[in-house]
Design a binder for this molecule. Structure first.
Ligand code: FES
Length: 422
């Protein structure tokens, strides 16, 4: 290999991996497939055990176990996860995003799932250098796969306005107590059903078994999938009912929460974290799953911070795509100095005004939903400037300039170039 230009090196891959999950492997190759390519000192790869490497635009997961090298595509079949950043489980590579496994040398899926495979590549050691063929020795194969029902296209079925009530209070159903927020939610739903002719359903988060968000988004935005990764992999996850209501079934979502230590309930936040997959579709695919839908809120508590709780809920639900009616929440609390919670319950039980407030929230929400449904146009796009996770052109130009300067070997004070305030 002496005198031959090095075409790749493991250390070149310091940026985020590029993923081409939908392209045939042939299209990804931009170099001769006939030659062996020098990846670098074999000893380096041996010491690393598992790492990423590349030949031009082709990315590989290189392994060495018991002195035997393996090379497969770095791009996982599932959602493009970087296999070379995963871990080894025996002879199998475990994807760091959702734990799919592929044989580190053959690329075949784990036992029972051999119908799936990532491309494998020949490797050999010559003169202490690790060489690889860019042309795959075996192809990528996707196992037959039935999409999750939530993944179907979002299309409103005809019929009356549909109202989903989400009660987020924590409850021991075997020994139930009177929940002020849930009681008012039931009043609002009864109004929607009996007075407005809506279809309704009540979902109590306390009755649903669902796990907390496991932070796939923290690995990579691409790892946070729709439907939610947890929902796809755990058939017992019951948050499916809430996703179904939010994205597919409901025109109106009424969310009821108690105030706990100045915040919405813990179950509310557990649900909200799991909705990151809905928001993330906007960020990574420019795909808005929730359109022409309305959210209203019922907030009750013995102590205060109604405006703080409402502010969080309004921002969150509008950020995932819901519209808000005029006066989008009704609320009740007895204030900072009140500790007599039994009085709070008594007040809510006795207050016809609060019940009428809940009914009117249902009316405002259903009326707006009717208008939105009647005027719905599906293809509206929202300009991304100023929206979450949208990088401005001026920012890109600045960082491109910094990168170019670094490449030219100039000393660059990055803070100055990107405009340090003051
Ligand atoms: S398991 Fe690899 S991307 Fe999901």
């Amino acid at each position: 290999m002496a005198g031959r230009r090095r075409e790749c090196a493991v250390d070149r891959f310091d940026g985020p991996p590029i993923v081409w999950p939908d392209l045939p492997d042939k299209l990804r190759l931009r170099m001769s497939n006939e030659t062996w390519h020098d990846l670098g000192p074999a000893e380096t790869f041996k010491q690393r055990g598992l790492c990423e490497a590349g030949v031009g635009r082709l990315k590989l997961a290189i392994t060495c176990k018991d002195g035997v090298f393996g090379a497969v595509s770095n791009v996982c079949n599932h959602a493009g996860g970087p296999l070379g950043q995963g871990r080894l489980d025996g002879e199998y590579l475990v994807c760091p995003w959702h734990n799919w496994k592929f044989h580190r040398r053959t690329g075949l899926g784990q036992p029972g799932n051999e119908a799936a495979a990532v491309p494998s590549h020949e490797v050999k050691v010559e003169h202490g250098r690790l060489l690889v063929r860019a042309e795959p020795a075996s192809p990528r194969k996707q196992a037959p796969h039935v999409p999750h029902p939530l993944a179907r296209p979002v299309a409103r079925a005809g019929g009356p306005i549909r109202v989903a009530g989400i009660s987020t209070t924590v409850m021991d159903r075997a020994n139930p107590r009177y929940s002020t927020s849930e009681a008012l939610l039931e009043v609002a739903l009864a109004c929607a059903r009996d007075e407005l002719g809506c279809e309704t359903q009540l979902l109590r988060l306390s009755d649903l078994k669902f796990g907390a968000c496991e932070g796939y988004y923290s690995k990579s935005a691409q790892a946070c999938t729709w439907p939610c990764s947890i929902t796809q992999f755990d058939p017992d996850d019951e948050l499916t009912a809430v996703y179904e209501a939010f994205v597919h079934w409901a025109d109106v979502v009424l969310v009821a929460t108690p105030i706990r230590w100045g915040q919405a309930s813990s179950l509310y936040f557990k649900m909200a974290e799991r909705m990151n997959c809905v928001q993330n579709q906007i960020t990574i695919r420019d795909r808005v799953l929730i359109r022409h839908k309305v959210a209203g809120f019922i907030i009750t508590g013995g102590q205060d911070n109604i405006q703080g709780v409402a502010g969080q809920m309004l921002a969150f639900f509008s950020e995932i795509g819901f519209h808000l009616p005029q006066f989008p929440f009704v609320a009740h609390s007895r204030g900072w100095t009140a500790e007599d919670m039994e009085k709070n319950v008594a007040e809510v039980r006795q207050s016809e005004e609060l019940r009428e407030g809940a009914r009117d929230l249902a009316r405002r929400s259903a009326t707006l939903a009717r208008m939105l449904v009647d005027q719905a146009t599906d293809e509206a796009k929202t300009a991304r400037g100023g929206r979450k996770a949208h990088r401005l052109e001026v920012e890109k130009a600045q960082s491109d300039g910094v990168r170019r300067a670094i490449r030219r070997g100039q000393a660059v004070n990055c803070k100055l170039r990107v405009g340090r305030p003051g």
